[in-house]
Design a protein around this ligand. Structure first.
Ligand code: IMP
Ligand code: MG
Length: 181
């Protein structure tokens, strides 16, 4: 993408591949939740792109809510400290809930969120994540819907940022070392 000049190194997942995979996940979610009204909870900010695109492949009555949690800040390493910056607008007791995440790296953020949301007594609580990094989850989490497993590299695009930039890239890519300078 022109806008980011020569900062992008390698495209890991193309826009077409993402679109195809989200359609598959949407079909599976639709099938698995027939008869339910699902509540999608997006984890801001990274999940806003996948939330918008995935939801349009889910053929069920849907409601939407969002949470914002602190993660990396401007750096590229997870701290393990999770803070709720914005909580849900509505109660989830008795609801069928699907958390939508951009990426699961160490899994610490998701682990915290699952515990926090489970305590609010939803009828069901599942996770859909566009990306999962291979081999470095520090906690064992059951992610029902995974878009792609990727190597443990730092990636941007499709909602994922580095220092708040690159979220609007339509694909998932790595950055050149010069982009971190
Ligand atoms: P975790 O707690 O280590 O699983 O990381 C959770 C959050 O860190 C994600 O929701 C992202 O916001 C951010 N993150 C993790 N890996 C990456 C990456 O490769 N690029 C951009 N953000 C990332
Ligand atoms: Mg995130």
């Amino acid at each position: 993408m022109e806008a980011y000049g020569s900062e992008i190194d390698r495209v890991l997942i193309t826009a077409e591949e993402i679109e195809t995979r989200l359609a598959e996940l949407g079909e599976a979610i639709t099938r698995d939740h027939a008869g339910q009204t699902l509540l999608l909870i997006g984890v801001l900010k990274g999940a806003f792109v996948v939330m918008a695109d995935l939801s349009r492949h889910i053929n069920l009555p849907l409601e939407f809510d969002f949470m914002a949690v602190s993660s990396y800040g401007a750096a590229t390493k997870t701290s393990g400290v999770v803070r709720i910056l914005k909580d849900l607008d509505h109660d989830i007791e008795g609801r069928d809930v699907l958390i939508v995440e951009d990426i699961v790296d160490s899994g610490l953020t998701l682990n915290y969120l699952l515990k926090n949301l489970q305590a609010r007594r939803p009828a069901s609580l599942e996770v859909a994540a566009l990306l999962r990094k291979e081999g470095i989850q520090e906690v064992d989490i059951d992610i029902r819907y995974v878009g792609f497993d990727i190597p443990p590299e730092f990636v941007v695009g499709y909602g994922l940022d580095y220092g708040e930039r690159f979220r609007n890239l339509p694909f998932v890519a790595t950055l050149k070392p010069s982009a971190y300078a």
